[in-house]
Design a protein around this ligand. Sequence first.
Ligand SMILES: Nc1ncnc2c1ncn2[C@@H]1O[C@H](COP(=O)(O)OP(=O)(O)OP(=O)(O)O)[C@@H](O)[C@H]1O
Length: 218
Amino acid sequence: MGIVHVNGLTKMYKNHRVEHVTFSIEEGEIFGFIGPNGAGKSTTIRTLLNFIYPTSGSATIFGKDIVKDAKEIRRHVGYLPSEVHYYDDMKVIDLLMYSGAFYKVSDRRLKQLAERLDLDMHKKIEDLSFGNRKKAGIVQALLHEPKLLILDELTGGLDPLMQHTFFELLLEERKKGVTIFFSSHILSEVQKLCDRVAIIKEGKLIQVETVEHLIVRK
Ligand SMILES: Nc1ncnc2c1ncn2[C@@H]1O[C@H](COP(=O)(O)OP(=O)(O)OP(=O)(O)O)[C@@H](O)[C@H]1O
């Protein structure tokens, strides 16, 4: 069953555009979105999450309209932005408990994720490195056991060991039936994780392919 259906989605900026993007993601699939800097990956993701409005075209997530039903969709989506920004003087534990409270998340789930990612929850955000902030973002995205994970530049800032742990965590989530959509510019991480990949360049989708059949067009 299709979890995400994107149909001719277009977002116009003054000098740039993401044009007529069309693809579908099946339930339980790990779907990669790859392309160079400025290709339109974040724009597509942010449109799907209704942070910005599409200029034209449409999309559904869980069969619901991304604009009309955004609130309902968001309840079952975990989102990791490419860069996380939090209140600097907040402790990690307070931030995560605050986020978890919206979804009635158990303390156990929170602790398990933090331990797994080796995240010190007693530090203040301002004392965290870029990679450790990213880990807080990962915990936040996974906390409420979403049905769909949307991860923008999933490994940016993580050391190789932590990348490995994160991939393991994602594969475990997939085993539970979670669908994963992530963007990257690193072909090897896409090949390691994905079932299928969409390639975007200059705002246009140029290929949607299984990893085995992936041919990177220049
Ligand atoms: N708010 C905005 N106003 C005008 N142009 C924008 C805006 N946001 C993004 N753009 C432009 O749209 C294009 C696509 O940007 P986007 O952030 O989606 O790319 P990306 O594929 O995620 O890139 P990266 O890998 O560098 O994160 C870029 O040329 C960018 O400059």
